[in-house]
Design a protein around this ligand. Structure first.
Ligand code: FAD
Length: 464
C-alpha cells in the first residue's frame, strides 16, 4: 500500500514532524544490535515519518491521524530497549515522546510525570524534595519513564524495592487508545500491569504515577575478590543483609572487568568485582562484610568525589551497561538473560561456570522479588553461531536455570507476557485495528479477530 507521507505530515500539523530520511532511520533503531540474531533480522527495518508531540492532546491527534489512515504506529522514548521493541517492523509512523516531559506532581512517596520525562531529570527533581525513584535503569540519562514502564522490568533500586511489576511500584498510568477519537484511560494498581512491559502494543502512555522512596547519601562501592565464587558469595551476603542498606548489588567476572578501561588504576588487576551502592551510614558495616568475605574495597566514592576523579556512576558497570562496556570494544560479544533457581546456592553458580565453556563469562544482578533475594545472570557470551547459543541455553536449562531469551523481538519471548490473554484483551480494547507496534506479539495474530471478552476467556482456558 502506498501512503502519501507528505499528506500525512500536513494532517499531523501542528505536531512537529521529522522527515529527513537519515534522522527517521536513526529513530527506527534501538539497542537490538546487542544481539547478532536481532541485528540480522531488524537492521533494515525503518519507519517512514517521526511525529514529536509536545502534549497529550498532540499525541491524541497523532493517533487519530494513524487510525484514519491505517498507519502502523511505534511509540518511542529514548530508544534504549534491547529487543528491538521500538523498531518498526512494518514501517509507518514513529511517535517520539521526549517532548512530553513535564513533572506534574511530587508528593509523599510518589511522583506523577508525563511519559517522555527522562529518568535522570525525574531523579534530579525528586532529590531536593528528599525523594528518589524506587528504581531506574542504568540508562536513566537518555531513557524515558514511559519507555521504562512499557519496555523495562527492573533496575537500580530493585534489590531494595522489587521489580517494577510488584504491587505499589507503578501506582497508576494513563494511556490513549487508537480510535477515531482516542480516549485516555486510567489504569491503577494491578490493572497497570496490562500496559507494563507490553512494548507499546496496548496504548500510548501519556502519564505515569510511580512510587518514590526517601533519598539517601549513596556511596558508589567497588570491591574485588580472588575468585568469582567469592565475589558472588559476598554479593549474596550483601543482598540478603538485614542491616546494610543497598540499592545495587552486582557481581562481574574478572575477564569482563578487563573491558572497563575507565577503572584502570582504580581496581586491583585481574580480580572479580562486586559493584554496590550503599548508604553512608552503613559503610562501616559494608567494609566489615567485605573483609569477612575475603575481599578488598578498592573504591568508595560520593558522587562529587567520583566526578572529580572522572569515573562514571558505578551503575554504568551493572545491568546491561556491563554488556555495553564489552560491546564498545568488541562487537562479537553478546549476552543472555538467565534466572538463578536458588540465589543462595554458591556451589551451583560455580558448577555452572565450569560447565559452560570459556565463551561464557558470568555477571549476576541481585534483586528482591516477592520479598525474597533472587539473582539473575546476564553473562557475556562470545558469539560463534546460533547453534552454539542454543547449546549454551540448553546447558542452563538442563540445570534448572531458566532462560529469558534476549534474542527475540516477540513480546512473549522474554517471559513476562507469555501468551498473556488479559493483556491482549486490553490490546483489543485500546487498539482495535491492531496498529500499535505490529508484528511484536505472536499470540495477538491468533486472537485479533476475537472480542476482548473472548480473548480474556482464553486466559481461563489456560491456552498458550
Ligand atoms: P524505548 O526503547 O524508546 O521504548 C521501549 C518500549 O516502550 C518500546 O516498545 C516502545 O514502543 C515502548 N514505549 C515507549 N514510550 C511509550 C509510551 N509513551 N507509551 C507506550 N509505549 C511506549 N532495562 C531495565 O529494565 N533495567 C535496566 O537496568 C536496563 N539497563 C539497560 C542498560 C543499557 C546500556 C541498555 C542499552 C538498556 C538497558 N535496559 C534496561 C533497557 C532499556 O534501557 C530500559 O528498559 C529503558 O527504560 C527503556 O526506555 P526508553 O525510553 O529508551 O524506551
Amino acid at each position: 500500500r502506498t501512503v502519501d507521507w507528505t499528506a500525512i505530515a500536513v494532517a499531523l500539523a501542528p505536531v512537529k514532524v521529522i522527515d529527513e530520511p537519515v534522522l527517521v532511520k536513526k529513530r527506527s533503531r534501538d539497542f537490538f544490535w546487542y544481539s547478532p540474531i536481532l541485528n540480522a533480522q531488524l537492521k533494515e527495518c525503518f519507519g517512514d515519518l517521526v511525529a514529536c508531540p509536545a502534549t497529550r492532546e498532540e499525541m491524541a491527534h497523532c493517533l487519530a491521524v494513524a487510525y484514519a489512515n491505517d498507519l502502523p504506529v511505534v511509540l518511542r522514548g529514548g530508544g534504549t530497549g534491547n529487543y528491538g521493541q521500538a523498531v518498526p517492523l512494518h514501517g509507518g509512523l514513529i511517535i517520539e515522546t521526549t517532548g512530553m516531559k513535564r513533572i506534574l506532581e511530587i508528593g509523599e512517596g510518589f511522583v506523577r510525570v508525563e511519559a517522555g520525562a527522562l529518568m535522570a531529570d525525574i531523579n534530579a527533581a525528586l532529590k531536593p524534595e528528599g525523594w528518589e525513584m524506587a528504581m531506574f535503569p542504568s540508562t536513566q540519562d537518555i531513557a524515558t519513564i514511559g519507555g521504562f514502564v512499557a519496555g523495562g522490568s527492573a533496575g537500580i533500586g530493585s534489590i531494595a524495592n522489587g521489580a517494577l511489576r510488584e504491587p505499589g511500584n507503578i501506582i497508576g498510568l494513563k494511556a490513549l487508545s487508537v480510535e477515531a477519537v482516542p480516549q485516555e484511560h486510567l489504569f491503577e494498581g494491578e490493572d497497570a500491569l496490562q500496559i507494563h512491559h507490553a512494548w507499546g502494543l496496548n496504548g500510548a502512555i501519556t502519564e505515569v504515577t510511580l512510587r518514590t522512596v526517601p533519598t539517601r547519601d549513596w556511596i558508589g562501592c567497588m570491591a574485588t575478590f580472588n575468585t568469582y565464587r567469592d565475589a558472588y558469595a559476598a554479593g549474596y551476603a550483601l543482598a540478603s543483609s538485614k542491616t546494610i542498606g543497598r540499592k545495587l548489588c552486582s557481581t562481574v567476572d574478572a575477564r569482563i572487568v578487563d573491558f572497563f578501561p575507565r577503572l584502570d588504576g582504580h581496581l586491583r588487576k585481574g580480580k572479580d568485582l562486586l559493584v554496590a551502592l550503599v548508604p553512608r551510614e552503613d559503610m562501616d558495616a559494608y567494609r566489615a562484610l567485605i573483609a569477612a568475605q575475603g575481599g578488598t574495597v578498592d573504591l568508595a566514592l560520593t558522587d562529587a568525589e567520583r566526578e572529580e576523579k572522572g569515573i562514571p556512576h558505578v551503575f554504568e558497570f551493572a545491568y546491561n551497561h556491563t554488556t555495553l562496556q564489552v560491546l564498545k570494544a568488541d562487537r562479537s560479544a553478546t549476552y543472555q538473560q538467565i534466572g538463578v533457581p536458588d540465589a543462595s546456592d554458591v556451589d551451583a553458580i560455580a558448577t555452572m561456570a565450569a560447565r559452560q565453556g570459556d565463551d561464557v563469562w558470568q555477571h549476576h544482578e541481585f534483586a528482591r522479588l516477592n520479598g525474597e533475594v533472587v539473582a539473575f545472570d546476564l553473562p557475556i557470551i562470545w558469539f560463534n553461531d546460533e547453534a552454539r547459543l542454543c547449546e549454551i541455553d540448553a546447558t542452563y536449562e538442563a540445570a534448572g536455570f531458566p532462560v529469558y531469551d534476549a534474542h527475540t523481538y516477540h513480546v512473549e519471548g522474554g517471559g513476562l507476557k507469555n501468551a498473556d490473554y488479559r493483556h491482549l484483551a486490553w490490546k483489543k480494547r485500546m487498539d482495535p485495528k491492531g496498529l500499535l507496534n505490529p508484528g511484536k506479539s505472536r499470540a495477538w495474530d491468533l486472537v485479533r479477530e476475537l472480542s476482548p471478552e473472548d480473548i480474556e476467556a482464553k486466559a481461563g482456558e489456560g491456552q498458550t
